[in-house]
Structures are given as structure tokens and as C-alpha cells.
Write a protein that binds this ligand. Structure first.
Ligand code: SF4
Ligand code: SF4
Length: 98
């Protein structure tokens, strides 16, 4: 079985258990808090699969350390508040499929 086929057959939970992070001290994603304060729906809180966005007393708090680099927040943010880059080469999420 190819590596890609094996990865497809793994459950997401299994994949995440094998996942590690080499966190860059420089955030690869930044969020404009002023825009978040005016955001009517805050979809990032529900849709980020890593739970990087949380709502605390009406304000959105963001932490990049557990980011899975899926790009969802960049696409779904209705306010253009997310500045998104990949971490510098070799840093960030480290997926392992075997
Ligand atoms: S969707 Fe965008 S603007 Fe709205 S709370 Fe999330 S990051 Fe902020
Ligand atoms: S890229 Fe994906 S995992 Fe990372 S913060 Fe955005 S939605 Fe969450």
C-alpha cells in the first residue's frame, strides 16, 4: 500500500495522536483583534479543527501553536482579519503517517 493510501485509511484521531509540532517562536498567523471585535459571526471559533480560536467573554483569543496548517481560517474569515503564512521551513506541524 502506498504512503498516501495508508494515510487515507487512518482515522483522523490516529493521525493526530502521531502529530507533533516544532513551534516557531514567530507566529505564522496573526489576527487583527479590532476586526475580530466587529465580527458578527466568528466562524473561526467553530471551524478551526485545532481549536486555535476560542471565545472568552465575547472576545476571540487566538493561539497559533497547535495550528494544523489547514488554511480554513484564512478562507472563512469574513473580515479579512487573518494574515496567514506557512511557518518557516521545517517548523510547525509535523504529520506522521507511519
Ligand atoms: S472569523 Fe476572522 S474576524 Fe471573525 S473572529 Fe475569526 S478571525 Fe476574527
Ligand atoms: S490554519 Fe487551520 S488549524 Fe491553523 S489556525 Fe487556521 S483553521 Fe486553525
Amino acid at each position: 500500500m502506498s504512503e498516501g493510501a495508508r494515510a487515507q485509511r487512518m482515522k483522523v484521531e490516529d493521525l493526530l495522536q502521531r502529530t507533533t509540532w516544532d513551534v516557531d517562536p514567530r507566529p505564522h498567523i496573526t489576527v487583527d483583534a479590532d476586526k475580530c471585535a466587529r465580527c458578527p459571526t466568528k466562524p473561526c471559533v467553530l471551524l478551526c479543527p485545532a481549536g486555535c480560536y476560542t471565545e472568552v467573554e465575547g472576545s476571540v483569543v487566538f493561539s497559533y501553536e497547535g495550528c494544523l496548517e489547514c488554511g480554513t481560517c484564512r478562507v472563512i474569515c469574513p473580515m479579512g482579519a487573518v494574515t496567514w503564512n506557512y511557518p518557516v521551513s521545517g517548523r510547525g506541524v509535523q504529520y506522521r503517517t507511519s
